[in-house]
Design a protein around this ligand. Sequence first.
Ligand code: C2E
Ligand code: MG
Ligand code: MG
Ligand code: MG
Length: 277
Amino acid sequence: RAKHEGRGAIRLFTSAMDQQLRDRRALEHDLRVAVERGELYLEYQPQQDRHGILKAYEALVRWRHPVRGIIAPGEFIPVAEKSGSIAQIDDWVLMEACMEAASWHQPLRVAVNVSAAQFRRENLDAHVRKALRESGLPASRLELEITEGVLIEDIARAKRTMQSLKALGIHIALDDFGTGYSSLSYLEAFPLDRIKIDRSFVAALGESERSLAIVRAVIGLAHGLGVPVLAEGIETDAQMSLLLQEGCDEMQGYLIGRPRSLESAPQSNRVPIRAAS
Ligand code: C2E
Ligand code: MG
Ligand code: MG
Ligand code: MG
C-alpha cells in the first residue's frame, strides 16, 4: 500500500511540475507576441527633490494580458530574461519612454530601468542614441537605472559601457542600492549620477535603529563621492521627515505619487501633459 501511495505522490508531484512548466511556456509564448500586439504600456512614478519640486518620472512597464489582465514587471521581466525576449521589451520601453517624455510640456527627466541583459549588450549606446534621435529627447533628460549586479559581473567592461553611455550625455542611476553585493569600494570606480536607496531600508526606517544607521551611512558615502541620493518607496510622513533630516536629496514613493499612466492624467500643473500635436 505504502508503495502504491508513494507512486501516486510522485505522479501528483510530477503533474504539478508539468502544469507549472506549461504555464511558464504559455507565458513565454504570449510574451513574445506581447510587444507586437501592443499589450505593453508604461506607467510613470514621480521623483521630487527635498523642496518638493518635481524633477523626473520613472517609467515602469506593465503588461495588459488579454486573458490574465494586468501583469506586474516582477512577474514577467524574469521570464523574459530567461526566454530571450527581454531585448525586444527593453528596446520597446526605451523608445516609448523617450517618445512620451519628448512630448511632455515640462522638460523633466525620464528614468528607464535597464535589465542586466540589456546592459551587457555590445551596442547599448547605439540603441540609446537611436532612441534619442528618433524621439528628439535631449540626452540630458534621459536616465538609465542599472543594478549593482551588472557592475560587479565584469567591472572593466561595465566601466567601458558606462563611459560610452555617459559620452552621449545621459545620466546613470544605481537602483535598489543595498540589496545586491554592495561592495562600497567599487562605487567610486563608476560615473554615477544618482544612488537610489532600496525601499526595504526606507520601509524599516523609524522601526529599527539599524536601518537608520544604514541609510545614514549610504547618504554619507554617496555625498562623500559627490553623488546625490534618492530614497525609493517612501510611504509615510515619518519616513519622509527622517530622510530629510538625514540629508537625502530626492524622494520617490506612494506618499508622493503612485505610478500611473500620464496619457490619461487629468490636466494639472503638477503633471506634465502631452503636447498637442
Ligand atoms: P524598481 O525599478 O526598483 O521600481 C520600483 C518599484 O517599487 C516599482 O514596482 C514601484 O511601483 C514600486 N514602488 C514605488 N513606490 C513604492 C512605495 O511607496 N511602496 C511600495 N510598496 N512600492 C513602491 P514595479 O512597477 O512593480 O516594478 C518592479 C521592478 O520591475 C522595478 O523595480 C524594476 O526592477 C523592474 N522593472 C519595471 N519596469 C521595467 C522595465 O521597463 N524594464 C526592466 N528591465 N525592468 C523593469
Ligand atoms: Mg528602477
Ligand atoms: Mg528600485
Ligand atoms: Mg527593483
